[in-house]
Design a protein around this ligand. Structure first.
Ligand SMILES: [Zn+2]
Length: 322
């Protein structure tokens, strides 16, 4: 095993309802126990060792993506109890009232549909209405469900089909347009769905003061940074860094690639703006640089725990959202 991060997104408990892939505080504590709290380095120590090429094979760290309020409300108290710190990869547009559609769309899916399958059905219908039924059918003929996104073993066939339509047929612009139309059709708004989803500047500052590492995750959280022109990529990360610098002491040194999307040029841009350590979003083997440390999705560890019967209660909903 190589040194790696463990990647967390959604939690439930307190005011946060269970959602796809979410876990509760008890499962989070069980997961830390299974990984071994003594293997988990503080965020500062991980950063220091990573920068100096001194990480050991079994070193791990905890990482939280997307600056979600449920992470602060549910996971942070558990970490405080255990004296652990983590990396928090924070996109910043929401601090200016510009909401990452990715998270708002997830909230829409979770709150306006009885099941994910129901959402996928409604979405595909809307996609067919927009780009033409035959176009979607012809493209779907090219989908090999067994190999598409096979690096994410926890995706179901329906998850893969949805992502194929979203990523390969529509692209980000048309996907956003279709989802915005659906939200309106359901009598919702971006603002109502965005309520209480993210942490604010005070909470980011207090995390940093508590010994956590605040890192970049782009400004607006595009789903495919790799497809953006280099100047837009630079804008995403530079704006993100400047915004975080206005909140925390010192420049951010770590980052995580949103949706695991980047190019060699992205890595050059990150080096240029002073980032020393970066994280991918899966455990795929490769000859990775310091800006591409692997991360294990928490759902893979939870699944192992459930398979071993070590979990005390069925406290997770399957799969994750990305
Ligand atoms: Zn993210």
């Amino acid at each position: 095993m190589r040194p790696h991060g463990i990647m967390f997104h959604h939690f439930h408990g307190q005011d946060h309802a269970p959602s796809q892939g979410s876990i509760d505080a008890a499962t989070f504590a069980d997961l830390i126990d299974r990984v071994g709290a003594d293997r988990i380095l503080s965020a500062d120590e991980w950063l220091h060792r990573a920068e100096n090429g001194a990480l050991q094979d079994d070193d791990v760290c905890l990482t939280f993506d997307d600056a979600l309020r449920c992470q602060i409300d549910v996971a942070l108290p558990v970490m405080k109890n255990l004296g652990l710190t983590a990396f928090w990869f924070v996109h910043t547009s929401m601090l200016d009232g510009e909401y990452s559609r990715l998270e708002v769309f997830r909230q829409f899916r979770e709150t306006c549909f009885d099941s994910l399958i129901q959402f996928y059905g409604a979405f595909e219908e809307q996609a067919r209405n927009t780009v033409g039924c035959q176009t979607v059918s012809d493209a779907l003929d090219q989908l090999d469900i067994g190999t598409y996104l096979s690096e994410y073993p926890f995706y179901t066939s329906a998850d893969r089909r949805f992502r194929f339509v979203r990523n390969e047929i529509l692209g980000e612009k048309r996907y956003t347009q279709i989802m915005d139309e659906m939200i309106e059709l359901f009598g919702q708004s971006i603002e109502s769905l965005a309520k209480n989803l993210w942490i604010d500047a005070d909470q980011i500052q207090s995390l940093a003061e508590g010994g956590h590492q605040i890192g970049l995750h782009s400004h607006t959280h595009p789903v495919a940074v790799a497809e953006l022109p280099p100047d837009r990529q630079l804008w995403e990360y530079k704006t993100n860094a400047q915004r975080l610098r206005s909140i925390i002491d010192g420049p951010p040194r770590a980052m995580a690639h949103p949706c695991n999307s980047y190019t060699p040029q992205t890595l050059e841009i990150l080096e240029e703006i002073g980032i020393t350590v970066g994280f991918r979003a899966n455990m795929v083997e490769g000859n990775w640089s310091r800006l591409e440390f692997p991360r294990e999705d928490h759902s893979n560890i939870v699944r192992e725990m459930q398979a071993c019967g070590s979990q005390s209660s069925p406290a997770t909903k399957p799969a994750t959202s990305r």
